[in-house]
Design a protein around this ligand. Structure first.
Ligand SMILES: *[C@@H]1O[C@H](CO)[C@@H](O)[C@H](O)[C@H]1NC(C)=O
Ligand SMILES: *[C@@H]1O[C@H](CO)[C@@H](O)[C@H](O)[C@H]1NC(C)=O
Ligand SMILES: *[C@@H]1O[C@H](CO)[C@@H](O)[C@H](O)[C@H]1NC(C)=O
Length: 416
């Protein structure tokens, strides 16, 4: 028989060592690799790019216990244009931006660096942290014609991005391309209403993107969905000022472009140039279809509902082609259709449900569809807009737009 007190002592020892083990495990699992461990200063002036890249290397190529990169709170890190590149060893990498990031205090040659901060070929990336990312766009706007985007995620399947603030990008704030399964929420993207081409979020060649609970105030589209994109959901987006949420522009320079399965729900547009928009170039080919806008509130929005199949971009200055060289592209959409070649981008199956509020222009609904292609299967269900100016009546204008309406005022859709 073992001495009871010896037994107790042994038992306790085992429990303590177990405790110690699990505690250590916990620490390891929650361990962050801070950029300050690699020499980042965070005074907002000194160039911290190399320190960030070294920290990235440690996280991306490190073992499974070092998968979290930390940008500590209370400091501002100046970064030159740089790229965080995968693939990484771990299938889940966290990039926690608790402090602030700021772009250089000078402009650079965009031919070499079209993006300030880019993320390439990283699966399972989680970017969050509550920090502010300042692109210092005012150094560029109206001064440099070709400007960089602030952040670009290319080939980042499974990306999660939330709880961050982006300010004043030189061009678009966030670009997503060649990726699948993306969730974005709780972002604030802010730039002046008159800043050029400062889109909030641009999506191209991507499948399965869910964006919710974002506040976007910009000088261009709050969100733009470009060619090669499908299954894109946007919920509770507060847009304004800005040019609204746009499908397109599609088919620029005769390109073949396809977008389908897009839903915009429970969103508010305040003092925007447009509300929900589909814009395609007459010259292109492809299609935009299976698109729905539901429970949308307009507050003095300029063109609350608009389809423009004859789009011309007067302010192309500073845009870099959205064309991404990605292998995903080939698997999107239908094969090249000769019959559509250069004859326009087909628009069909577009549903507007419970769109209400006020229009800043008297023409609340614009369906400007191509004479040959037309727009097909447009449904307006409980669309009720009034003028933001008292005493004014709003009206709808349709060219070659076919579809039906339920309890919607002033519709001009033709059946067939
Ligand atoms: C988009 O919304 C639909 C309907 O709510 C849902 O079935 C689908 O999974 C969503 N897609 C994404 C990518 O979140
Ligand atoms: C149509 O595209 C061609 C190039 O494919 C271009 O040269 C022409 O200017 C375009 N026309 C219009 C009206 O955009
Ligand atoms: C959208 O708004 C409607 C009406 O306000 C509400 O009943 C519904 O729960 C909301 N849905 C989402 C996904 O926010």
């Amino acid at each position: 028989m073992m001495n009871p007190s010896l037994f107790l002592a042994l038992f306790c020892l085992i429990q303590i060592s177990k405790l110690g083990f699990s505690f250590e495990e916990k620490v390891q699992r929650h361990e962050f690799v801070s950029v300050t461990n690699f020499g980042a200063v965070g005074d907002g002036k000194r160039d911290d790019s190399q320190a960030f890249l070294k920290a990235w290397e440690a996280v991306c190529q490190g073992g499974s216990s070092n998968t979290k990169l930390l940008v500590p709170q209370g400091r501002t890190f100046m970064l030159k244009p740089l790229a965080f590149v995968g693939p990484c060893k771990s299938s889940s990498i966290s990039f926690s931006i608790r402090g602030n990031l700021v772009a250089p205090s000078y402009t650079w040659y965009v031919g070499r660096y079209p993006t300030w901060i880019s993320f390439d070929s990283i699966s399972g990336l989680v970017v969050s942290g509550g920090g502010t990312i300042d692109g210092r766009g005012s150094l560029w706007w109206g001064k440099v014609s070709t400007r960089p985007s602030a952040m670009h995620f290319n080939g980042c399947n499974g990306l999660r991005m939330y709880n961050l603030r982006h300010l004043n990008s030189p061009r678009n704030h966030i670009s997503l391309s060649c990726s699948k399964d993306i969730h974005v929420w709780g972002l604030r993207l802010i730039a002046p209403g008159d800043s050029p081409n400062t889109d909030g979020i641009d999506i191209s060649n991507s499948i399965g993107v869910d964006i919710s609970d974002c506040i976007i105030s910009t000088g261009d589209d709050c969100i733009a969905i470009n060619g090669g994109s499908s299954f894109i959901n946007m919920t509770r987006i507060f847009c304004g000022p800005g040019h609204g949420i746009s499908v397109g522009s599609l088919g620029e320079n005769g390109e073949y472009a396809t977008v389908e399965e897009v839903r915009v729900k429970n969103s508010t547009f305040t003092n925007t140039q447009n509300g929900v928009r589909i814009k395609t170039f007459q010259n292109g080919s492809g299609y935009a279809r299976k698109i729905s806008f539901e429970d949308i509130n307009m507050i003095a929005s300029g063109n609350p509902i608009i389809i423009d199949q004859n789009y011309h971009d007067a302010s192309k200055n500073g845009r870099v082609s959205s064309n991404q060289n990605c292998h995903l592209t080939q698997s999107f959409g239908e094969p090249w259709s000769k019959s559509l070649n250069g004859k326009g981008v087909k628009v069909s199956d577009v549903r507007y449900t419970r769109i209400h509020g006020t229009s800043a222009s008297d023409q609340a609904i614009t369906m400007n569809c191509d004479a040959e292609l037309g727009c097909a299967d447009i449904v307006m269900d409980h669309v009720n807009l009034v003028s933001a100016t008292s005493g004014h009546q709003v009206f709808a204008s349709c060219n070659n737009a076919h579809g039906s309406y339920v309890s919607s005022q002033g519709s001009c859709l033709t059946t067939g």
